[in-house]
Ligand binder design. Structure first.
Ligand code: 3PG
Length: 305
């Protein structure tokens, strides 16, 4: 059978090698589409049974063009780029690869945060993370890795997640909090790890950011859609001490950089999972999952049941 790996942001070459090996060992054929356009994708999916993607959009148009498609695996966590319902209606199983790229994202949180609080290494005196407060907004796979690293820096870590018990957080040395207001009021740094869903989209803006202690930094390595941009801009205007870092460039990135200068930082392209290790982990897991599904319907990480 044919398995298409379609990535607008390609995996490291070493990961592609590993994916190819998994697919070919199982007797399938790999079709590789890197940096393709939507038209390229529509053409490439026509005769494939399996599809491996990253943040690439799989909408009804793609699903309708993919008449033989049985399984889509998102090599990574977020599945907001896939029309899950449409896939379900067409009998296509969609899975993600939980946890496989979470350390990479968590490390980037600190890479960007240290850069910001050391004033982008411009020769002036910055601040340290040791002894400072960090609030983790959602304690999933990435949030847990963020907590682990934060403790290495000597930070005081708390987290909010209605789906995780207090005991589970306490076992990892993290203080559980039970409201967003408490999370934002008590932490100088807040790191966002909520998925983009109908409930979370636009949910973070001035109402929360204005609660942050002096010299607060909001770090977003999750999704741009969870931010209410106009409201965040108001918060940055009204609180000149607040800074915003995002690995998911806002729509208003240019205007924000022009207005807020060094108080904001945006990666040019989502870089959180862009490491050789994360590419290998997520890419090979995705290949194994596609192969297992095509073999005997294995669907442990299905997200559109
Ligand atoms: C994820 O959801 O797994 C991360 O945001 C990484 O996304 P990417 O594979 O598009 O870099």
């Amino acid at each position: 059978m044919k398995i298409l790996v379609a990535t607008e942001k390609p995996f490291a070459a070493v990961a592609v090698e590993g994916i190819k090996k998994e697919i070919e060992q199982a007797g399938h054929t790999l079709v590789l589409l890197e940096k393709g356009t939507k038209a390229d994708l529509l053409k490439a999916v026509t005769d494939v049974e399996g599809l491996i993607i990253r943040s690439d959009i799989v909408d009804t148009e793609v699903l309708d063009a993919a008449q033989n498609l049985k399984v889509v695996v998102r090599a990574g966590a977020g599945v907001d780029n896939v029309d899950l319902q449409a896939a379900k209606e067409r009998g296509v199983c969609v899975m993600n690869t939980p946890g496989q790229n979470s350390n990479a994202v968590a490390e980037l949180v600190f890479g960007m945060l240290v850069m910001m609080i050391r004033n982008r290494y411009n020769g002036t005196s910055g601040t340290e993370l040791k002894g400072k407060t960090l609030g983790i907004h959602a304690f999933g796979q990435v949030g847990r890795n963020v907590a682990r690293i934060a403790k290495g820096f000597g930070m005081e870590v708390s987290a909010l997640d209605p789906f995780v018990t207090d005991e589970a957080m306490l076992a990892e040395g993290v203080k559980p909090v039970h409201s967003v207001e408490e999370l934002y009021s008590n932490n100088q740094y807040v790191s966002l790890h909520i998925p983009a869903t109908s409930e979370t989209k636009g949910s973070v803006g001035e109402a929360l950011v204005k609660l942050m202690p002096k010299k607060g930094v909001l770090i977003n390595t999750a999704r741009k859609e969870i931010i209410n941009e106009a409201s965040l801009i108001d918060a940055l205007r009204n609180r000149e001490d607040i800074r915003y870092i995002a690995d998911v460039k806002p729509d208003a990135a240019e205007a924000m950089t022009a207005e807020f200068g060094e108080r904001v930082f945006f990666t040019p392209k989502k870089m959180g999972a862009q490491t050789a290790e994360a590419n290998i982990n997520a890419g090979i897991a995705a290949a194994k999952q596609v192969v297992a599904f095509l073999k005997d319907g294995w669907n442990k990480y299905q997200v559109n049941k």
